[in-house]
Design a protein around this ligand. Structure first.
Ligand code: FAD
Length: 461
């Protein structure tokens, strides 16, 4: 009899774990996957998918408003939050069933339990106490919202985990955070009619994004009526008769119905038994892995948010797939984490790939910048004051496009396609050779001819 019950035990049935389990089983491995909450993980159950459904819901308000300029009389509109949430839940249930069916079809054994490491080869299922002996283990436990400092009244604060199940639409909401989840929910609630206050401790929202993108998005969000308070922190939340009283670090107080913190996520490693197995963490608390996603223990691997490399669903999926191909498929695959296109489903939307202007100027001797801001055609008759923004960053010596940054409708869709060109090392001349599709907003990508700036780095002494 084999020393092991399974060839692969996967902890966590989210984006990375599910893909790894299915591909490994396809290569002939005997696979078991444990999930303590719901199959599908953060993205499907309480991340990308439900969020995008809420984003869609929030955008109808603009459509109703804009229709008048095009001759439509829409009449009085009303919005019902419980209907949206119930329909969203039905779709999430359907997706979870599809994930379960796909795993079962691939001969992956699903166990509904929290799983923890007993040692480097044994996993304990907490639901039954059963011990499973595994030849290889994959840790794909994702991340978890981190509320920041332990302030007074933290029990009144929700995270992105709870926001999808609010009983009613808050009339007034305060969101703390400046990352993509914070700005996305600010846009969702504003679109659905809530009064929204965004509080962020830094200088501006979307830290790490191109400065022009940050400034443009902030301006557009403020035009939509979102109050953005930067260089401030929530210091306390107190329940009062008519809602929640939020005290800020500048001594201002704001009364709202709901407070949400989107202040970052941490690798989900607590109580996992990593020390018993000898799996090491890095200094930020993420599981340390090599370029094959192998941990400090030879037969234990980790993929996705728990490794805190690039915390996005397609990245977790790619890492899970590469792991399964490498360990069970006989082909060594290293995931390329460079130039990952990504979107922020704020209002307006953001799509970016590659270097920011600051990064490019730091790394390259000569950098050319092309950028434009304009009112898109639809906004003219809609009589809405919103502008789109496009920026292309080019290596002035080789003409290669180093980065592209878009703020405006369908930016996420556009950046996916720009991503193909950038991964092929397209030059600005390649962009310029492409005929424009007219009339579109995307034609700006191939019609920007005038440099907004050229930066030449001073030679080091
Ligand atoms: P997860 O999908 O988090 O899966 C981990 C699973 O492990 C979970 O199901 C968890 O219950 C389970 N688990 C944990 N510990 C154990 C244990 N001990 N035993 C058994 N099971 C366990 N990414 C995008 O690309 N685009 C987006 O638009 C986007 N929007 C997002 C919006 C929100 C609100 C959030 C929170 C995230 C969003 N993300 C988005 C990020 C994306 O969801 C994650 O990057 C992705 O889900 C990571 O996949 P993963 O496999 O690492 O972990």
């Amino acid at each position: 009899m084999s020393d092991f019950d399974v060839d692969l035990f996967v902890i966590g049935a989210g984006s990375g774990g599910v893909r790894a389990a299915r591909i490994a089983a396809g290569h002939g491995a005997k696979v078991m996957i444990a999930e303590e909450f719901r199959v599908g993980g953060t993205c499907v159950i309480r991340g990308c998918v439900p969020k995008k459904l809420l984003v869609y819901a929030s955008r109808f308000a603009d459509e109703f408003h804009d229709a008048a300029g095009f001759g439509w009389s829409v009449g009085e509109t009303t919005f019902d939050w419980p209907t949206l949430i119930a329909n969203k839940d039905r779709e999430i249930d359907r997706l979870e069933s599809a994930y379960v069916a796909n795993l079962e079809r691939s001969n992956v054994k699903i166990v509904r339990s929290r799983a923890v490491l007993e040692d480097a080869h044994r996993v304990r299922l907490l639901a039954t106490g059963q011990i499973v002996r595994a030849k290889h283990i994959l840790i794909a436990t994702g991340g978890w919202p981190h509320p920041g400092a332990d302030i007074a009244g933290l029990e009144h604060v929700i995270s992105s985990n709870e926001v999808f199940h609010l009983k009613e639409l808050p009339r007034r909401i305060l969101i703390q955070g400046g990352g993509y989840i914070a700005v996305e929910f600010a846009g969702i609630f504003r679109g659905l009619g809530s009064e929204v206050t965004l509080v962020y401790r830094g200088d501006n929202i979307l830290r790490g994004f191109d400065e022009d993108v940050r400034a443009h998005l902030r301006g557009e969000m403020e035009k939509r009526g979102i109050t953005i308070l930067t260089r401030r922190l929530v210091e306390a939340v107190e329940k009062v008769d008519h809602g929640l009283c939020v005290s800020l670090s500048d001594h201002e107080q704001v009364i709202v119905d709901q407070v949400m913190f989107a202040t970052g996520r941490r690798p989900n490693v607590s109580g996992l038994g990593l020390d018993k197995a000898g799996v090491q963490l890095d200094d930020k608390g993420a599981i340390k892995v090599d370029r094959f996603s192998r941990t400090s223990v030879r037969h234990i691997y980790a993929v996705g948010d728990v490794t805190d490399r690039v915390n996005l669903t397609p990245v977790a999926i790619r890492e899970g797939h590469a792991f399964a191909d490498t360990v069970f498929g006989g082909k060594e695959i290293v995931v390329d984490h460079s130039d990952i296109p990504t979107a922020v489903f704020s209002e307006p939307e953001v799509g970016v790939i590659g270097l920011t202007e600051a990064e490019a100027r730091h790394r390259y001797a000569r950098v050319d910048i092309y950028k434009t801001s304009f009112r898109s055609m639809k906004m003219t008759l809609a009589a809405r004051d919103t502008r789109s923004f496009f920026k292309i960053i080019v290596d002035g010596e080789t003409d290669r496009v180093l980065g592209c940054h878009i703020v405006g409708p369908e930016a996420g869709e556009m950046i996916q396609l720009v991503g193909i060109a950038i991964k092929m090392n397209a030059t600005k001349a390649d962009f310029d050779r492409v005929m424009a599709v007219h009339p579109t907003a995307a034609e700006e990508l191939v019609t920007m001819r005038t440099k907004a700036a050229t930066y030449i780095r001073e030679a080091a002494e």
